[in-house]
Every structure is written in structure tokens, then in C-alpha cells.
Design a protein around this ligand. Structure first.
Ligand code: SF4
Length: 401
């Protein structure tokens, strides 16, 4: 089975740690790929970055006046302008000079992947610094989830591929891989020697060859871990992941025999799902308690290996109500600044509860309250509510006649 174009650098944290996942995902015909809102926003941020990076004197905030909208329909906003300015400044810290940008810098540059030359990977920013004899690559991450540069395989794949392309052009002695994550003020980087890159090249090529030959899947080389499973399309329905979680909790899962239906061979069966759900409360409550215990230990200065306490932020608030009212009045209408909304049944009930009202008034009031139908909820068979009936096509046709 071809694994062509499935070995994307951006998914390498998964397939390098869980080589069998490539074929397992391919066999799971029901898995749907959907681009999240965050991913669409990231795509738009990359498009705007590509537009503004090559021109240091371009004022990014002018994009707001022109109302720029990315190809995927996401408009640029003031937050994006602010973060793109920070990202651009970081990139410019790693250029030789503005005068030599055309010679030494490459924006959104497609390089053939070293393990799959017929496929390209797009590097956000490449810069060669002749004085350092170093090739820098910077990857823009627009999301809020912290991304580290150290041993980041996506960047390592990009830089090895870029090296193959640029080594004949420049005198390169080392490389530096960077994450530019302006929303987290995270600008992490790692310097790698050419020898270290060769070791990575060998390691990655070896995994790719096991995936391509089918051996990784045949030998069930699954490698469940937070990092591998985080963005896997099979996460939450994968046997290897479930077995790993239950193993760590030292609970005997006793999953059913693997299904004979090839497409579902690596996914949980309905019986497995029922068994796991049966322990949902137990596991959730246990994990909640462990989390609270670890927080308590850390706040008493006791070290929990691999964890630490960090400060968090509360919701944003106006620090000068009068000032911001004047500022917003320049741009927003009064009803936009002070939206008024009719109260909900619960709010009315609360207010009426404090008043002396007659039973006639109460009955009249209740007559105005209806309840819509919510989404069906999954509960154990023992729940006293009647089972929600799903119409099949024939019943639906009969109902409509
Ligand atoms: S969910 Fe985790 S273990 Fe299962 S295939 Fe995906 S990455 Fe591998």
C-alpha cells in the first residue's frame, strides 16, 4: 500500500514514534480529515507573513486599512498584525543584512523532502549567515500550544532537505532551527552540527523504509505517547493507545479479539468501547485526584518529576474604563458598545423569586417557557429515561408521508 505524501514533516512526531500509524490510518476508511479553525487561522497568518517578510519597510498595519483577506477567507486583524510584526522582527535578527536579503533569504520556500524527493516541504523562512557559516530555518507557529525547537523532527526534516538544496551554493558548517511563536512569546532554537544531522537523516530514512515496506505495520510498531497521539486521526479510538493508557493505570482492559474486518483491525470494537466507558467515571475521578495531589505537592515545593507549577492569567479586563469608553466611542456605535439582551427564563425566575407574586402570575409566567430538544446523550442502559429513537430511512419516509 502506498504511503506516498502521508509522511508529511508536520506529522513526523507521530510517524517517527508510531510508524504503524501511517498504515493504520490508511486502513481506517472512516477517519475524516477536517481542518480546524486554529489551522485555518495559521494558514492565513502564513499567507500574510509571506507577503510582508521580503519587504522590511512595508507597514503590516496598512493591511488592516486595505482589509486583506486570506485565500481561505480569514481576514487579517489587529492581533495578527501585532504578532506578525514580532515574528518579522525575529526573522530579521537572523539575516546578514537587508541589502543581501535577496541573495541569502528565502520565504515560504519549497524544498524536496530528502526521504521523498518527489514531495516538497515548505519552509517558512530560510536565511544563510555567511559570517557564521550557518543556515537558519524559522518555522512560524501561530497557535497557542507551546512548540519547542529542540529535537523538533518537523524542523529537522526541513533543515536536512534545505541543506541538500543549499550546500552547493553556500559554505555551511552548522544549522540552527527556530520556532517563531509570537502568540506565546516563544522563540526557541537549537544549533545542530552537520554530523548530528547525518544521524537524524539515517534514523528518519530507516523509519521511512520500514513504513514503505509494510514492515512497521506488520510488526505492529505502534508507539503511543502524548506527542505521537496528540494530532493522530485515530486518537481516541485506537487499540494501542487504549492499551497503553490502561497499562499505565495498571488496569486489566481485556479487549476483545482483534476484528477480522481489515479496515477496523486497529480500532476499538463496540464491545471495547463499552468496556472502557464502563470505567470512565473511575478513571476520570482517579486522574482528577492525581492531578490535584500533584498540584498540592508542587505548591508545597515537593518535586513531581516532569511537572512544575507555572503562573496563569485570569480573564482580560479593562484597566481604564473611562479611557476605553472614549476610545471605543470613536469606532463603535452606542448599541455596539452597550448591547442589551432580554433576560433568560432562569434569570427571570431568580429575580421573580425575590418578589411576592401570585400563583396566577406564576402559572402565566410558566406558560411562556418552553424547552427545545437537546442533543441525544449517551447514558448506561440502566438509566430510567426511554431510549432515543433514531429513524431509519424507511421510517423517516413513512413519517413524512
Ligand atoms: S493513536 Fe497513537 S498509538 Fe494509535 S495509531 Fe495514532 S499515534 Fe499510534
Amino acid at each position: 500500500m502506498s504511503t506516498h505524501s502521508l509522511l508529511a514533516p508536520s506529522a513526523s512526531a507521530r510517524w517517527l514514534n508510531c510508524p504503524a500509524s501511517i498504515e493504520a490510518v490508511q486502513k481506517s476508511i472512516e477517519v475524516e480529515y477536517k481542518e480546524s479553525d486554529a489551522a485555518r487561522e495559521g494558514t492565513a497568518a502564513h499567507e500574510f507573513a509571506e507577503m510582508f517578510l521580503p519587504t522590511p519597510d512595508a507597514d503590516i498595519s496598512e493591511a488592516l486599512d486595505f482589509g486583506y483577506v486570506a485565500e481561505n477567507g480569514i481576514p487579517i486583524d489587529s492581533e495578527m498584525v501585532k504578532y506578525l510584526e514580532v515574528y518579522r522582527s525575529y526573522c530579521y535578527e537572523h539575516i546578514h543584512s537587508f541589502e543581501t536579503m535577496k541573495k541569502y533569504c528565502f520565504v515560504e520556500y519549497a524544498v524536496p523532502l530528502f526521504y521523498r524527493p518527489e514531495d516538497n516541504g515548505t519552509v517558512d523562512f530560510i536565511s544563510y549567515m555567511p559570517d557564521q557559516k550557518r543556515l537558519h530555518i524559522i518555522d512560524l507557529k501561530y497557535g497557542r500550544g507551546l512548540v519547542e525547537a529542540v529535537d523538533n523532527t518537523q524542523l529537522i526534516i526541513y533543515v536536512i532537505s534545505a541543506l541538500d538544496e543549499f550546500e552547493f551554493m553556500f559554505d555551511i558548517e552548522s544549522v540552527e532551527i527556530h520556532i517563531g511563536q509570537p502568540r506565546r512569546q516563544n522563540f526557541d532554537s537549537q544549533v545542530l552540527t552537520l554530523e548530528e544531522l547525518e544521524e537524524w537523516r539515517e534514523k528518519i530514512t530507516e523509519v521511512v523504509s520500514r513504513i514503505d515496506s509494510g514492515e512497521a505495520y506488520k510488526e505492529k510498531e505502534f508507539g503511543p505517547s502524548d506527542k505521537a497521539c496528540q494530532w493522530c486521526p485515530l486518537a481516541g479510538e485506537c487499540r494501542a493507545q487504549a492499551e497503553d493508557i490502561f497499562k499505565d493505570l495498571d488496569m486489566d482492559l481485556e479487549l476483545s479479539e482483534r476484528s477480522n474486518v481489515i479496515q477496523l483491525a486497529d480500532r476499538l470494537t463496540p464491545e471495547d468501547i463499552s468496556k472502557i466507558l464502563g470505567r470512565q467515571k473511575e478513571i476520570e475521578s482517579f486522574l482528577k485526584k492525581v492531578h490535584a495531589l500533584a498540584t498540592d505537592m508542587a505548591s508545597r515545593g515537593e518535586k513531581v518529576p516532569g511537572y512544575k507549577l507555572v503562573g496563569t492569567l485570569t480573564n482580560r479586563f479593562w484597566n481604564d474604563q473611562e479611557g476605553v469608553e472614549k476610545l471605543l466611542a470613536q469606532k463603535l456605535k452606542k448599541d455596539e458598545r452597550y448591547p442589551s439582551k432580554f433576560i433568560s427564563p432562569a434569570q427571570a425566575e431568580k429575580l421573580l423569586g425575590k418578589l411576592d407574586i401570585s400563583s396566577r402570575y406564576k402559572a402565566k409566567f410558566e406558560g411562556f417557557i418552553s424547552r427545545g430538544e437537546g442533543k441525544p446523550a449517551l447514558v448506561p442502559d440502566s438509566d430510567i429515561r426511554p431510549e432515543y429513537r433514531l429513524y431509519d430511512d424507511l421510517e423517516l419516509m413513512a413519517a413524512l408521508e
